[in-house]
Design a protein around this ligand. Structure first.
Ligand code: GLV
Length: 309
């Protein structure tokens, strides 16, 4: 029985000894070395190798080394194979940091002051305090919920919207398509942390932006394909949206001739909001494999194929 890792050399260097020590009976292979392919029961990868089942006929579990699984071709993964996302404290904390930074940047007119500085303009804008700023998080899952909590603790007036109903302290929770309009109507800074599925692709579009208050601002730290770029540019031109911080684009890297680069109302970061941290993610992976071997199957990080996340 073996575990196959297809990821970065840094992770391999830390995870292999970790697994070897804790589970000596489980062979640990680092792609492209696979050992006997028939022995591979567990695979951890960002992108699984092609011809998965032909190569590894006894595969039982695929782990994404990241929070998302939208990069997986689900049709190539047989139904009996369990798919597990990465939910680990390092990745969560990184996202909390990023969204706090981005929210504070927008809240304190950071993009305007950067543009003014470039033109040597000294001009103050009126300040709001955090409680006067309504931040709305789309997606209240394993990343969205802690982000919403952190924003609320930092004094922002915080709400959240998700497919199914959630409830949490200090965050007004909205659920489902019928409550999306009410959520958007009270959101000055919109944060997208949704999983990318057929239901959410292109969700950040004109019809959604128009439901936000005038001059609202956007943070997208989910996936580039959530956003319809021409719609955002049009909304920025009209003033309906006043600024955006985008950590993700479609495609990535963002092509050098994209109009997003040069717009002073847009701040681009190169998909760095958060990623799995080698130490903490390794421990979570090991713990999950141990529990799986002990017969556990209902992991909160297990992907529900009917939902796509
Ligand atoms: C990064 O985007 C991830 O899914 O972990």
């Amino acid at each position: 029985m073996s575990f196959l890792l297809k990821s970065t050399p840094e992770r391999a260097q830390v995870w292999k000894p970790l697994f070897n020590k804790a589970l000596p009976e489980l062979e640990f292979h680092v792609w492209p070395e696979t050992g006997n392919p028939e022995e591979v029961r567990f695979l951890a990868a960002w992108e699984p190798p092609p011809d998965l089942l032909k190569r590894f006929p006894n595969l039982e579990v695929i782990f994404s080394v990241g929070a998302g699984v939208d990069q997986f071709d689900m049709s190539a993964i047989p139904e009996h194979v369990t798919i597990i996302r990465m939910i680990e404290p390092g990745l969560t904390d990184g996202m909390v940091d990023y969204v706090l930074w981005a929210t504070l940047t927008l809240h304190r007119d950071g993009l305007t002051y950067i543009a003014q500085q470039k033109k040597h303009v000294w001009k103050a804008r009126p300040n709001l305090v955090a409680v006067q700023r309504r931040v709305g998080i789309m997606g209240l899952g394993k990343l969205g919920a802690p982000v919403a909590q952190a924003l609320a603790i930092n004094g922002f007036t915080c709400s959240g919207w998700s497919r199914s109903r959630h409830s949490m302290p200090n965050v007004t929770c909205y659920a489902g398509a019928e409550e999306l309009g009410a959520f958007l109507a009270t959101t000055d800074i919109l944060v997208c942390l949704l999983p990318l599925t057929d239901a959410t692709r292109g969700i950040l579009n004109t019809s959604l932006f128009e439901k936000l208050p005038w001059g609202a601002q956007l943070i997208n730290a989910a996936r580039g394909a959530h956003l319809v770029v021409p719609d955002l540019l049009e909304m920025l031109e009209s003033g309906q949206i006043s600024a955006a911080i985008l950590d993700v684009t479609d495609p990535e890297p963002l092509p050098t001739d994209s109009p997003l680069w040069d717009d002073p109302r847009i701040f681009i970061t190169p998909h760095i909001a958060s990623s799995s941290q080698t130490e903490t993610a390794g421990r979570v992976l090991l713990d999950t494999v141990k529990r799986y071997l002990a017969g556990e199957r209902n992991f909160p990080s297990r992907v529900d194929r009917s939902k796509g996340y």
